[in-house]
Design a protein around this ligand. Structure first.
Ligand code: SF4
Length: 324
């Protein structure tokens, strides 16, 4: 039996390079080693969304990217969180054993409460409980995370320990499966690449849109004129070359330092490399996009498979909590 892992992503629509390099390519690799459950966490999205009109289109767009990148519904369970309502039932039950103090001290709750002070909803503070329910509903043993997400998982582990302590061993304590997720910096050269900040490069851009987008990137601020020597170590375009070029450390770095290459040329080369690397992804995505009903059908099938596991877990939890 393979170990089971769970991971989820909010329906943010078309994914960007940061999503791909930071998580999606890892999810694809994990499919051969683990029994993978990958979920579009649409209920989580409601904690910060005020306009929900785009959720369905965003789910479709994101799942298209998942499939085009290599997530395979024959190997993994791919589904939408709200299609398996047992998760909200489990979240309610776990909420009964989770001290409020644990939730109020979560740094991301404090941060979100600050950022959306006009909408500090119950879902925002209960987010870690729903996240725990997401994971343990499928009795996942591991969750692929980056270093920055380890504290979130630690809270899930605390909730699991408390439940198991009160009602007997029920859930495995989910382990962090740490991966070397690169933190991909956005085109502003400062913040993590993010759709919200608008500093991202979408995977599904056309071959023409890609260079236009990359030309907007901030580079080494010391290179004000073409003949100024550059400092690739502070330049985000150079960081991106590391993912797509064969040997940027040797040749490109030297050319930048000695001003043999200008930033416009350097960006053009990067755009060509990204276009070449993403060509198979984009071709596959275009084919898949012609059959939207097939995407909907595979999500229905994924939810059916997920519910088989979810119902068993809920039955056991209710029995142990004295509800059945
Ligand atoms: S030449 Fe390339 S690596 Fe050097 S500063 Fe310009 S964009 Fe960055």
């Amino acid at each position: 039996m393979k170990k089971r892992i769970f991971s989820g992503a909010r329906p943010t629509g078309r994914l960007h390079l940061g999503n791909y390099l930071g998580a999606l390519q890892n999810w694809v690799r994990l499919q051969d080693e683990y029994d993978c459950v990958y979920c579009v966490v649409d209920i989580h999205a409601l904690t910060t969304l005020t306009d929900t009109g785009a959720i369905q289109q965003n789910i479709q767009d994101m799942v298209l990217d998942w499939l085009a990148a290599g997530l395979d519904p024959k190997k993994s369970i791919l589904f939408v969180q709200s299609h398996v309502p047992e998760v909200t039932e489990l979240s309610t039950l776990l909420g009964m054993i989770t001290p409020l103090g644990w939730l109020l001290r979560v740094p991301t709750f404090k941060e979100k409460a600050r950022l959306q002070s006009q909408n500090v909803n119950y879902g925002l503070v209960g987010y870690p409980v729903l996240m725990t329910a997401d994971i343990v509903l499928y009795k996942a043993e591991a969750v692929p995370v980056g270093e920055d997400q380890v504290p979130h998982l630690e809270l899930a582990r605390e909730i699991v320990r408390r439940f198991n302590g009160l009602f007997g061993d029920t859930f495995p304590e989910p382990q962090a499966k740490l991966t070397n997720f690169p933190l991909v910096v956005g085109l502003d050269g400062k913040e993590k690449m993010s759709k919200q900040l608008g500093n991202h490069i979408e995977l599904a851009l056309t071959a023409e849109e890609t260079p236009a987008k990359i030309m907007t990137a901030v580079t080494d601020p010391a290179r004000r004129y073409r003949n100024d020597p550059g400092h690739p170590e502070v330049c985000n375009i150079f960081r991106l070359h590391r993912y797509f070029s064969a040997r940027p450390e040797d040749e490109l770095s030297q050319k930048c330092r000695t001003a043999q290459i200008g930033c416009v040329e350097c960006k053009r080369v990067l755009a060509e490399e990204i276009n070449a690397a993403l060509r198979p992804f984009r071709e596959r995505r275009a084919q898949l996009a012609e059959h939207p009903q097939e995407i909907r059908d595979l999500l229905v099938d994924g939810a059916d498979r997920a519910r088989v596991i979810a119902r068993e877990t809920i039955k056991e939890v209710k029995q142990k909590m004295g509800l059945a």
